[in-house]
Design a protein around this ligand. Structure first.
Ligand SMILES: Nc1nc2c(c(=O)[nH]1)N[C@H]1C(S)=C(S)[C@@H](COP(=O)(O)O)O[C@H]1N2
Ligand SMILES: [Mo]
Length: 319
């Protein structure tokens, strides 16, 4: 297979450089016409022009006092510069390659240490809840930031309904695994399915939401349709997209980026300008659409709401 690592090297030993190298190989493969799969990913003709930017409006969306008063980025910014490796490793790939993806019907399986493990159709899963607009400051580990007017549901409300068992301490989320619909999964730059997790008290924090929309309308595919996690005090990679499974557990989940490069990406991933990424500073960031750099704030500016979750913890060790 094209990009497969030789020698059966366990994922835990793959260096960040090798992730980078496989990104380059992916790009080279995608520009070479001889490779059917990769060529299909790259072809603009494989992407219908419908859907994006013309998605159904969501009714009865409440405003929230938890929204930032900063001006949201444009719809174009929010939907054209994305990370979603299931549709390719470059920022333009998710929009270019997700046009044909259909996120309905959609099933969410709830598993593990929970009152009633069961599968839900997405519609019935979200039906009990009012939708809220949450305008959040988002900060990617790659030092760009963006203000996004999400539409979503407080994750804590959903968890209360699901009723985790008393011994549940964490919640783990899994993205859809379907290489026929997610072309990036045919070339394993990172391990699929994508997995992320939160401590249960983090998941219950009022800032954590499951988003089903942005800018008042249904979530575009490239932003994680039909339902994705948003935790604005953490680096963007915690915000797992296109969720099909929610599992309650007593052991700390291991996220996809932790597996790829454990020295670079930790479980907590709280935005922290004092703790640099091994290969770049986290002290500043560039807001999409701007050239000047801004200072990055502890917990991405949400310290008042979330710092107490981590009191007594060494945030250099628990990065
Ligand atoms: N399944 C999945 N979820 C994902 C990713 C991904 O590659 N696959 N990328 C993450 C990263 S690194 C970031 S910064 C955010 C980007 O979200 P956005 O494209 O909506 O801004 O999605 C996160 N969720
Ligand atoms: Mo990211």
């Amino acid at each position: 297979m094209l990009i497969k690592k030789g020698g059966g090297i366990p994922y835990s030993e793959i260096t960040p450089e090798s992730v980078y190298m496989r990104r380059r190989e992916f790009i080279q493969a995608a520009s070479g016409a001889a490779l059917g799969v990769a060529a299909a990913i790259a072809s603009p003709l494989s992407t219908p022009v419908s859907a994006q930017g013309n998605l159904a409006k969501l009714p009865n969306v409440k405003k929230s006092p938890l929204s930032t008063t900063e001006k949201p980025n444009s719809y174009e910014d929010v939907t054209s510069y994305n990370n979603f490796y299931e549709f390719g490793p470059e920022k333009e790939d998710p929009k270019a390659n997700s046009g044909k993806f259909s996120p309905r019907p959609w099933t969410i399986r709830v598993e593990g240490l929970v009152k009633t493990p069961q599968s839900y159709d997405l519609e019935s899963f979200i039906k009990p809840y009012a939708l809220e607009e949450r305008i959040y400051r988002m900060r990617c580990v790659e030092a760009w930031s963006v203000i996004v007017p999400w539409v979503g549901i407080p994750l804590g409300d959903i968890i209360k309904t699901l009723q985790p068992l008393p011994n549940a301490k964490f919640v783990e989320f899994t993205t859809l695994m379907d290489p026929t619909r997610m072309p990036g999964q045919r070339i394993p730059i990172i391990r699929y399915p994508y997995v992320e997790g939160l401590r249960l008290d983090e998941a219950m924090n009022p800032l954590a939401i499951l988003a089903v929309g942005l800018y008042g309308a249904v979530l575009p595919n490239q932003n994680g349709a039909p339902i994705r996690l948003v935790t604005p005090w953490k680096y963007g990679f915690k915000g797992i997209k296109s969720i099909v499974k929610i599992r309650f557990t007593d052991t700390q989940p291991v996220g996809t980026w932790q597996i790829s490069a454990p020295r670079e990406y930790g479980f907590y991933a709280n935005v922290n300008p004092m703790v640099d990424h091994p290969r770049w500073s986290q002290a500043t960031e560039r807001r999409l659409g701007e050239f000047r750099r801004r200072k990055t704030e502890p917990f991405n500016g949400y310290a008042d709401q979330v710092a107490s979750l981590y009191s007594g913890m060494d945030l250099r060790k628990n990065y």
